[in-house]
Design a protein around this ligand. Structure first.
Ligand SMILES: C[S@@+](CC[C@H](N)C(=O)[O-])C[C@H]1O[C@@H](n2cnc3c(N)ncnc32)[C@H](O)[C@@H]1O
Length: 151
């Protein structure tokens, strides 16, 4: 019988980085820094160029205070934002009631139904809040729950 290898454990530096990220994004005072409707040129281009694709069921990763979510909710048949920060989620829900917003961790997207989204978007360097291993877990989750992904 083949020997099973021990479960891999992230190195101390990775664990420390994750802890620092989690601590950062749990801060309630960060909401006001992201509570705007201002878009960057690339985001405007994304909304225009992919207007048709974005008219379906859209998932936004790390939606924050809903800077982009508010626009997605206007054009998508359903716009669903997930974010790990309860304060961001609370603000986003209150401000953009047309969007479905839930607390969720990009490192484990198993709570989202398989194939439930047509498109996934993640803007403003959201993916960079994750290290390489967590990014792989996130990509696996994205592939399971959608057909198209754009970061
Ligand atoms: C740079 S902000 C961008 C917010 C928003 N997308 C925007 O463009 O204004 C990163 C967001 O990712 C969220 N975040 C950080 N780590 C996360 C994780 N592991 N799972 C889900 N969201 C996370 C933070 O709470 C924060 O709202």
């Amino acid at each position: 019988m083949a020997e099973s290898s021990p479960p891999s454990r992230p190195p101390a530096a990775t664990r420390e980085q994750r802890r620092a990220n989690d601590e950062l994004w749990s801060r309630r005072d960060l909401v006001k820094a992201y509570a705007t409707r201002d878009l960057r040129p690339v985001e405007v281009m994304l909304l225009v160029r992919y207007r048709e694709a974005l008219s379906g069921r859209v998932l936004e990763l790390g939606c924050g205070a809903g800077r982009l979510t508010g626009y997605l909710a206007e054009i998508a048949s359903t716009a669903h934002g997930i974010d790990v920060s309860p304060a961001m989620v609370e603000f986003c829900r209150r401000t953009y009631p047309k969007a479905a917003v839930s607390e969720g961790d990009l490192r484990d997207m198993s709570a989202l139904q398989t194939g439930s989204f047509d498109v996934i978007v993640a803007t403003y360097d959201v993916i960079d809040v994750l290290d390489d291993d967590d990014r792989t877990a996130c990509s696996t989750g994205c592939i399971a729950c959608s057909r198209r992904i754009g970061f």
